[in-house]
Design a protein around this ligand. Sequence first.
Ligand code: SF4
Length: 428
Amino acid sequence: MNETFMSYLWKYRYLSPEITTESGDLLTVFHPGDQNTESGPDFFNARIRIGETTWAGNVEIHVKASDWYRHGHHSDPSYDHVILHVVYEADRQVFHQNGVPVQTLVIRDRFPGWIFDRYRQMMQNQQWIPCMNQLLLSGEKGFDFWAPALAVERLEFRTNSIRQVFHDCGSNWEEALYRHMAGSFGFSINAQPFGMLAKALPYKIARQHLHSRFQLEALLFGQAGMLERVFTDEYPVSLQSEYCFLRDKYNLEPVEGSLWKFLRLRPSNFPTIRISQFAGFLQRSQSGLFDLARSGSLPDIMEMLAVEASDYWHDHYVFDKTAITRPKEMGPASIRLLIINGIVPFFFFYGVEKDQPDVCEHFLGFLEQLEGENNALIGQWKKAGLPTQNALQTQALIQLKKCYCDRKRCLECRVGEGLMGGRVTGDG
Ligand code: SF4
């Protein structure tokens, strides 16, 4: 037995209807209270009747009554308004600070056995997610209601790293967006070196060269540490010479070239190609990166991101090595990822910082309009029968897997509520 399961039983009123407290009085629950996940009692604002008296206050849950003392609640004023102590085992009489006994309800043998069996099966399941068997048998319940809130949870989590970038660049929105988008062009494998590159080449310098793709690429490849050797092709040789001039002019320090990862990447995802495409993206936003993205519609932003690597890269994936000629355009799936992982979280953060919920809603709406990602994790969810059509659903599913399934938080999960036989609602 554990407190999480006991809280679940209390919250969803799975206890026998005719139930008495340790003092022998009949207990009636009008409202189990609002579950509290912070410090303090487990449920606030419960309303119950014990015998002839109606009470309003807090409820505390423990496996053993003696945990009240073990956790130090006897000397903590935040527990003075506990009106009921729900325990599995009453191994000790418990008193408030003023000497009054705390009303106690023992729930052992007072809830349906099947619900504990279902819970135990899930917790012991070693499959990809604990509820896989139940999902396959009974289908999805509760996810549709919950998906928008889960997607917001994921965005809120992602705002932590964006906030850090924003503070690092002196609360400058344009610079922060530039750095954040650079990280997104790294597509997770090269996100870190891309972020370092953007830090080593501030936007205020890059924007002075937006008129020239050649100068922009000289600055980007040079600051990426990729022009530190002897070349034979004319293009990298001239990039190198332009970079040396610009490096001295702006007193720049390149990042370590060995940070870039090529291994296990398809050549079209090589950082060389992504850097050239990033230069193209910057060029498209000459009138102001931030304003363009902030006010652009989804098709406008997709258009901004539909960039091609420069001519040299048509028949190269790396410097000095010719390959079959093929223009290197950003594909539709990559554009979607740049919006899902770059644009939407950034402007969601902007909306939060500026206290403009309409901005958050606007960019959240992009997720509903975009096709969902297609990766191994989403493939597993598809097998489990959950909807993966749009990016709001797929982002919600990523959050569900990482923050709930992997931590076995099935009793806090709306899908789990449905599968366990709990109430499924659209609120909260
Ligand atoms: S957290 Fe929810 S979706 Fe994940 S395994 Fe548990 S019940 Fe299933």
